[in-house]
Design a binder for this molecule. Sequence first.
Ligand SMILES: *Cc1c(COP(=O)(O)O)cnc(C)c1O
Length: 416
Amino acid sequence: MEELKRVDPEIYALIKDEERYQLESIRLIPSENYVSKAVLEATGSVLTNKYSEGYPGRRYYEGQRYVDRIESLVIERAKALFGAEHANVQPYSGSPANLAVYFAMLKPGDKLMGLALPHGGHLTHGWNVSISGIFWKPVHYMVDRETERIDYDALREMARRERPRMIVTGATAYPRQFDFKVFGDIAKEVGAILLADISHIAGLIVGGAHPSPVPYADIVTTTTHKTLRGPRGAMIMCRKEFADRIDRAVFPGLQGGPHNHTTAAIGVALKEAESPAFRDYAHQTVRNAKALADELNQRGFKLVSGGTDNHLIVVDLTNKGVIGKTGARALDRAGLVCNYNTVPYDPRKPFSPSGLRLGTPAVTSRGMGEDEMRQIGAWIDAAIAKVNDEAALDRILREVNALCRHFPAPGLLLAD
Ligand SMILES: *Cc1c(COP(=O)(O)O)cnc(C)c1O
């Protein structure tokens, strides 16, 4: 980045600082990852110079000979990889993708049923501070108080009672697999459209480490930058019958020109996701989450639902006498980056909840395995026991930095 360094030393220095931080810390935020150098290169390419409103072969701009081929190729890759009938690869990110689906399929005031935010759902699944909970009428299903898993009988009962126009399955903090077939049956029974938002688990699905909703859902949305390990962006996949409505909702309904550099980088990520190495990564991500969960369980941490089937863990810190925010801050101080999170039926407020959310995609992308997860579990335990002990946190930080040096992160130039 010699030119950047010359033109804007201030931004250059901050990017370099962030790069070093990403290299030297253990990133346990389950929505984050490390993209490959190839994805970074496509993201930083001259495709950012272009305007291409419309779709391949039907643009409002001339000069699309190469961009049309790129977008068509990416659409074909997405369809093949997920087994979908139609794919739109233009949404700017996950939230606009969900908004486009609601805009395409619902009338204002229609009933939208999603997993409650404190139980792992996403803001865009009808939470009241999001447009999705203001323009449409939200109803929320929850996890069972005892098992902390989705209670499918209660879900069916609620769907029968509420008769939502759309049911959303998918989450941002749910550590168990979804039974998409049951969701599909319930949606069919009550005449609802089923949207599966697989933003968190798309990489696990294409890597064969989580079942796919594609056979059961009318529409599937996903971000491309979480477990899928692509650039920041999103895709909508759907049955052919909804293709026109979805495409028109994205453009011209909500967006202008697509981000062609992102489209190309999504294509690179999808190609990488076809590889045997990606399958290994997906399965190892789940094995790593299970190993970390096991270590934390043994150390007396209370995990929501008792453990994990996927890439993430939600920890309730109440029995440790530490609140989520304090815990997350101490961990960051010790080089372990995670986020504070609500736990189901959390007695505390959303801006200062009782739990932590941890995930293994990023550390798995660095090549870490179960042994490292056990070590990370031990560090988490030590840091949570010493949240106010700067010297202790500093000692952990130095050990974390030393481990990280053995696991170079994909896509990162070594900080120079
Ligand atoms: C991350 C996420 C989104 C939103 O994606 P952004 O790119 O942050 O807008 C939507 N739904 C789910 C389930 C997510 O995890």
